[in-house]
Design a protein around this ligand. Sequence first.
Ligand SMILES: [Zn+2]
Length: 365
Amino acid sequence: MDQFFKGYPKRRKQDDFRLSLLMILMVGIFTLFACDIFPKSWEMSTNHPFKWEYSEWSLRWLQEHFDLRSEESRLDLPEKYKLVRRYILENRQNEAGTVFSFKKALHQLNFRQIESSKIKGKGWNVTAKRDDQWIWVDLLYSNPIIGTIALVIDDFGYRMDETTEKFLNIQTPMTYAVIPGNEFTKEVAGKLAAKGKEIIVHMPMEPYSATTDDEKHVLKTDDAHGNWRKLLKSAWSEVPGAIGMNNHQGSKATENPELMRVVMDFVKSKNAFFVDSRTSSKTLGEKIAKKQGVPTVAKTLFLDDPEDEISIREKFEKLAEMAKHKDFILAIGHEKPVTLSILKEEIPKLQAQGFVFVPVSEVVK
Ligand SMILES: [Zn+2]
């Protein structure tokens, strides 16, 4: 027993020493890993094999996940981009959504400093960084865009018939302008909202010519400011889901600076945009909107004025030609059977040529 008691503390000291050594070693190894010292020094000497594989694997995964066709890349890029890929975006209708999801997926795969930019008419570029590695990915359209056409269709709310239904069922992105205070205003606005269409208030404004206007919400130049505000407020409440406004008629009203200032104040308070239908060459709509910081755009041409088939077809030819040379063009049409049937024929033809149709919110500035 004596021996045992004498030997015990001796053995305990030895054990403690060994245990302490083991602890120090474990803490040391843990610290090295935690501070990323091990992987860094090791990878530096072996040319980052883990990171390379991870990035390669990530891009392969993304390609499969987004069903992207890969294209040969011959890009002359700064040397920092270690991985360069070009993919083809087959579904152009939802390109912005795809780019957004692509970036989100990169983030989930631990990439950071993720940036995207539009390559005009060709697609999108995405760059990102993971650890010290930069990647460059081009997401390209299968056919390059040769022109952008924003379409607004005016005068919804007067009817709710077959023509209306067919306009509602057009899949091509466009903007629907609903006139407040009419028999079918609320019904049409509700159906458009349910289908996720872009809606704007088609605000009746005083013209020089027509005196037959029986609209309920007409902004007239000789009215009091308070009345303009009241009319704008009730018009807006009749078209739920609206994100902008354009003018119905209004050759006289849009030339009136005071009236236009009140309109833009109102539009601004709704965080909305203003589309100047340009029913007068002296309109102040776009100019005052810009001055007051309201996003705006002005009509390039009316599609169906005059209303006959031949001139509408001529307008389509004209707008395609113009769209090739401008950033975009804004065409305004009306809810008419003749406009509908020509739109249904011409849109697919133009899309096949490389023209793209967008709602007006995409071109306001
Ligand atoms: Zn109108």
